[in-house]
Design a binder for this molecule. Structure first.
Ligand code: NOJ
Length: 459
């Protein structure tokens, strides 16, 4: 099969401020929720191998990193603004040093002809927000809109692709509920409370809509969407109707709680039965009233999930292992995720058919390899042929999706460089650029060279 890509396809790579920026207490930055919890001994294990205080120090190395991106012909770079850097102490506190820093960084990207795609919120909630109840407090909607307006006003002339939020399953929901099972959440404030989890989900959806509306009102003319971790949920047994029903409900729980409101102005049916008890009153009406159409949906795709029927809970689903595990030659490299490129086609097709977004951008896709435990400052596999194989297989699915009429407009590998990973520290290498954490030396991997040639051949 040959590839087919339009000439203006967005070929990119991504990262988030919190995972590469470092400089946690420089430039007038305030505390993020992670800066706070990483310093509490009882939560230190989530921040293994050092806190994300320095990471790859992109804050000080951005020119060098952007030079490498440009040398490799990258068309676009996706990053987030650090909310606690821009608003360190409260909703009305704007840090001019942060605005200047991001303006310099964006100017440098534009000088090198790299299109910036910026997320407003990718995991690093300001600690002042969390202390006021985070997204369980309806005032969150106002705080988020204010922050969004500050960013649009400061960077709107340079940034034409915006996302309101990245993977709120983790950064919002998982503060109160383990999204991949029952139990306490794995994000600050590490609580276990379904009412808070679902309330925070609802308030984040409202905040997203207000930020989209504000962007339109300010008239910058770019595109705005949201980034969700979207992957197919396959039934354990394809011949058991109840498993098919259960897998759909699991999908609606995991992805539908964002996709429904953001793209259709309505929560899926499972919210009217199993979850209504945890939602604020009139939640369906509030969403219908606030609904604001967005320009694209971003899909972070890593691997599929599996579910089967159970009578034991009102949800009627439970997670289960991949029935084909081990039998189909799939390979796993990163915390048990199955590498399954076909799943990318399946999810793009499902989003297109069921939710009809105007455009879809694959905002993340990638694979990580573990560092040598004895020498964790040194990166793994500079000659990463395994990653090239991974990228090629997924890009092939994109081509198939475009040929079958699905409006996919871009692809971002995760990650541009080795990152800090929540709960796993700096031990798993995702980067096209390898980082030595002792010397901060940057080395492009073979995969970046391959990607560079691929981009050249397909633009
Ligand atoms: C998705 C998240 O957006 C990103 O922050 C994370 O590092 C990758 N997945 C890999 O787990």
């Amino acid at each position: 099969m040959s590839y087919y890509f339009p000439k203006d396809f967005l070929w990119g790579s991504a990262c988030s401020a919190y995972q590469i920026e470092g400089a946690w207490n420089e430039g007038g930055k305030g505390m993020s929720c992670h800066d706070h919890y990483a310093r509490l001994p009882e939560y230190a294990h989530y921040y293994e191998m050092g806190r994300p205080d320095s990471c790859s120090d992109f804050y000080h190395h951005y020119r060098e990193d952007i030079d490498i991106m440009a040398e490799h012909g990258l068309k676009t770079f996706r990053l987030s603004f650090a909310w606690p850097r821009i608003c360190p102490n409260g909703p009305d506190d704007v840090n001019q040093e942060a605005i200047d820093y991001y303006n310099d960084m964006l100017n440098y990207l534009l000088e090198k002809n790299i299109v910036p795609f910026m997320d407003l919120y990718h995991w690093d909630l300001p600690q002042w927000v969390l202390e006021r109840g985070g997204a369980t407090n309806y005032e969150f909607v106002e705080w988020f809109e204010k922050y969004a307006r500050v960013c649009y006003a400061a960077f709107g002339d340079k940034v034409k692709y915006w996302s309101t939020v990245n993977e709120p399953n983790f950064s919002i929901f998982s503060g109160y509920y383990a999204v991949n099972g029952d139990g306490a959440g794995s994000f600050p404030p590490f609580e276990q409370d379904r009412t808070k989890a679902f309330t925070a989900c609802h308030i984040m959806n409202l905040a997203h809509m207000r930020a989209v509306k504000a962007y339109r009102e300010m008239g910058f003319g770019g595109k705005i969407g949201a980034v969700i971790d979207l992957f197919p949920m396959y039934p354990y047994s394809l011949s058991d109707e109840r498993d098919i029903y259960a897998a759909d409900r699991r999908f609606d729980f995991y992805a539908g709680k964002w996709l429904g409101p953001m793209l259709l102005g309505k929560y899926p049916e499972i919210f009217d039965d199993a979850y209504a008890q945890y939602m604020p009153e009139n939640f369906q009406q509030e969403i219908a009233d606030a609904y604001e159409e967005m320009d694209f949906i971003g899909d972070n795709y890593y691997g599929p999930g599996y579910a089967r029927y159970t009578d034991a809970t009102p949800e009627k689903f439970e997670l289960c292992p991949d029935p084909e595990a081990g039998a189909n030659g799939s390979w796993q490299e990163f915390v048990g995720m199955k590498v399954y490129p076909e799943g990318l086609y399946d999810i793009l097709n499902l989003i297109h058919k069921k939710y009809h977004p105007k455009e879809i951008i694959v905002t993340e896709n990638g694979v990580a390899f573990r560092r040598d435990e004895a020498n964790p400052a040194v990166p793994t596999e500079i000659d990463d042929t395994r990653r090239i194989k991974y990228m090629r297989a997924h890009i092939m699915m994109l081509s198939r999706a475009i040929e079958s009429g699905i409006p996919v407009k871009g692809y971002y590998t995760w990650a541009i460089e080795d990152t800090y990973e929540h709960g796993l520290g700096c031990n798993y290498d995702f980067g096209l650029i390898a980082i030595n954490y002792d010397t901060m030396e940057r080395t492009p991997r073979s995969s970046f060279k391959w990607y560079s040639e691929f981009i050249k051949a397909n633009t």
